[in-house]
Design a protein around this ligand. Structure first.
Ligand SMILES: O=C(O)C(=O)C[C@]1(C(=O)O)C=C[C@@H](O)C=C1
Length: 356
């Protein structure tokens, strides 16, 4: 037998062993699912999933690359969880957006992802338990925060149970893959803003049209060869378009952060983040006084935003992210002191930090 055939035979044998083990693993997950259901515990446990990825990475002796362990096990766990119960995930659609991609990155391909047309609907679907979790964008490293998402937390009791980071790259695409066919370019205003330099250098005579999402732009481009879309690779695949020019964004290092919202609280993993919202009195130094509680406990603040309260003119709500979990001793002490210096305090959730 040729060496090549011999090696492939050995791979076939190993694949059979892997499949048998996957089925054994799936049976255990089903059993765990029954226990969790009986105890009324959440089926999806991000802290456990994170511990699995980290443990496997730490014991991996190679040559299987460390960076792909999570991808492989993400899908194994996603499929196992679907045997306990298929997870219904609402996300800001339409299909083919970066939020869709974030949902798949977080929950895997076995979850049922349901596209909704606005952020309020995603909150409502989860609040009314039509879906177990929701995925929404919260901020982009170049364009800043998504105000609508922040505002939704004012009146919602949902918790933040996870975060996902995606590197964003914009491509110009149309039906033919030919630049000369393009008469109009459609995209979301953020994507257009992020490709401004490229557009003014290469597409001066082409009309640029803003639409509500990059996926919507791809959907329009699918019907008309003279229309191109600036959209993600996901949209290219989903809408059957051809890339005319890859990565036309002006700056690299473009990341979007998404939040996973739901009713469950995520357990401590040792590498977590906590999000809070609060208001302070209109008094000199009140914000400074309040935030000192974190500095005193040596807690890093990773984000601060303010939004109008919408209840009274010139009254603001602050949103802050800090390193740590509410079950960490220093976070507990800091929040206790912090709460004495603020008016309203709402803990939006502690959750495992997303990988950048
Ligand atoms: O450990 C559990 O709670 C399981 O349900 C098993 C399992 C897994 O496949 O490893 C599946 C889903 C959970 O989110 C975490 C882990």
């Amino acid at each position: 037998m040729e060496r090549l055939d011999e090696l492939r035979k050995q791979i076939d044998v190993i694949d059979e062993q892997i499949l048998k083990l996957l089925n054994k693993r799936a049976e255990l997950a089903i059993e765990i699912g029954k226990i969790k259901k009986a105890q009324n515990k959440p089926l999806y446990v991000p802290s456990r999933e994170k511990a699995i990825y980290e443990r496997l990475k730490a014991i991996n002796s190679g040559p299987f690359p460390d960076e792909y362990i999570k991808n492989v096990f993400r899908e194994i766990i996603s499929a196992s969880l679907s045997l306990e119960e298929v997870q219904k995930i609402a996300y800001l659609g339409p299909e083919g957006t970066f939020t869709h991609l974030a949902g798949i990155k977080h929950f895997g391909l076995a979850a049922k992802l349901i596209p909704l047309s606005n952020i309020s609907d995603v909150f409502e679907y989860v609040e009314k338990k039509r879906c177990t979790y929701g995925v929404i964008p919260i901020e982009n490293s170049l364009e800043g925060v998504v105000n609508h998402t922040l505002d939704m937390f004012m009146d919602s009791n949902l918790k933040i149970c996870g975060e996902v980071y995606l590197e964003v790259s914009h491509h110009l695409m149309n039906l033919s893959g030919n630049f000369d066919d393009i008469k109009k370019i459609y995209s979301h205003p953020h994507a257009i803003a992020q490709c401004r330099k490229w557009l003014s250098k290469n597409a001066r005579r082409i009309t640029v049209v803003e639409v509500e999402s990059t996926a919507k732009a791809a959907e329009i481009a699918k019907k008309d060869a003279s229309v191109a879309a600036i959209a993600s690779e996901m949209a290219e695949i989903h809408y059957g378009l051809k890339i005319v020019e890859k990565s036309i964004e002006d700056f690299t290092n473009n990341f979007t952060r998404f939040l996973v919202i739901g009713y469950t609280e995520s357990a401590r993993t040792g590498n977590d983040k906590t999000s809070i919202m609060f208001s302070v009195a209109h008094r000199a130094g009140s914000l400074y006084e309040a935030l000192r509680a974190f500095a005193k406990q040596n807690i890093n603040m990773t984000k601060i935003e303010s939004r109008p309260s919408k209840r009274k003119a010139w009254e603001y709500i602050f949103y802050v992210d800090i390193d740590g979990h509410i079950m960490d001793e220093n976070v507990k002490i800091a929040l206790d002191n912090f709460s004495k210096n603020v008016n309203i305090l709402k803990i939006l959730g502690s959750y495992p930090k997303g990988e950048k």
